[in-house]
Design a protein around this ligand. Structure first.
Ligand SMILES: CC(C)(COP(=O)(O)OP(=O)(O)OC[C@H]1O[C@@H](n2cnc3c(N)ncnc32)[C@H](O)[C@@H]1OP(=O)(O)O)[C@@H](O)C(=O)NCCC(=O)NCCS
Length: 209
């Protein structure tokens, strides 16, 4: 549960329990999306780096990842989707302050998502509202390829706290699908003030038992 000490090295399971043997972070092959899928959600053209198969890995966050996380959370569409963002996502000093706290907080379990070795985003569990919750954010260039789903599945394999919750604004359809595909079920509704929208919004609470 929250408050437990997590081990952050790849030599251990990342559920906070020491394992006798080293645990290898597993890689998953991700099929390239079809043209119609890409068109439907307006994915940028694949670059050389996004070849037919991508290998997804999770590792501890490194300081050099932070500028990429910062860029990711500047995208207006992503900000709108996530909703519960910083008051001013462009405020780098506030971002740095927040991340310094996050990385120092032993109750937060966080991993960087790598796609074929490149930093794509992050996935974390926190207890900011009492119950353990999961949250994730990936760069737009990686959207629509099943990356978030695969990354969350990997994360859940290594993070054993249950029940685990997630909150999403009710119109964040992509995130809803990610949760459903990872076994979360609708658990209730709540509402909260979304900085990104400057108003109270309805949110779904999802639960993984
Ligand atoms: C939400 C987010 C993580 C999704 O990442 P992703 O890698 O594109 O997700 P996946 O490809 O694994 O799955 C996306 C699913 O949503 C669907 N989807 C995408 N956009 C959609 C839309 N506008 N309407 C309905 N479904 C949509 C996809 O089709 C896919 O479902 P499917 O496999 O059943 O077809 C990513 O968009 C993001 O980081 N957004 C900004 C931050 C955020 O909202 N984080 C979540 C807050 S907890």
């Amino acid at each position: 549960m929250c408050g437990q000490t997590f081990l952050y090295t790849d030599q251990h399971g990342f559920d906070g329990h020491k394992h006798k043997k080293s645990v290898e972070i597993r890689a998953i092959r991700v099929p390239r999306p079809t043209i119609s899928q890409r068109a439907r959600i307006n994915i940028p053209r694949m670059t050389k780096k996004n070849l037919k198969f991508s290998v997804i890995t999770l590792r501890d966050v490194e300081k050099s990842d932070l500028p990429i996380f910062f860029e990711n959370q500047l995208d207006p569409e992503a900000i709108y989707m996530a909703g519960f963002t910083a008051k001013d996502p462009a405020d780098r000093a506030a971002f740095d302050q927040h991340w310094t706290k996050v990385l120092a907080d032993e109750s937060i379990f966080i991993k960087t998502i790598l796609v074929s070795g490149e930093v794509a985003g992050s996935v974390l569990s926190h207890c900011w509202f009492g119950d353990p919750e999961v949250s994730y954010w990936i760069g737009k260039v990686y959207w629509g390829k099943g990356i978030a789903t695969r990354a969350l599945k990997l994360f859940l394999e290594g993070f054993s706290v249950r029940p685990l919750y997630a909150r999403i604004i009710i119109d964040n359809h992509a995130s809803k699908r990610v949760l459903e595909k990872c076994g979360f079920v609708a658990h209730g509704k709540d509402q909260g003030f979304a900085n990104a929208r400057g108003m109270e919004v309805e949110e779904y609470i999802f639960k993984l038992s």
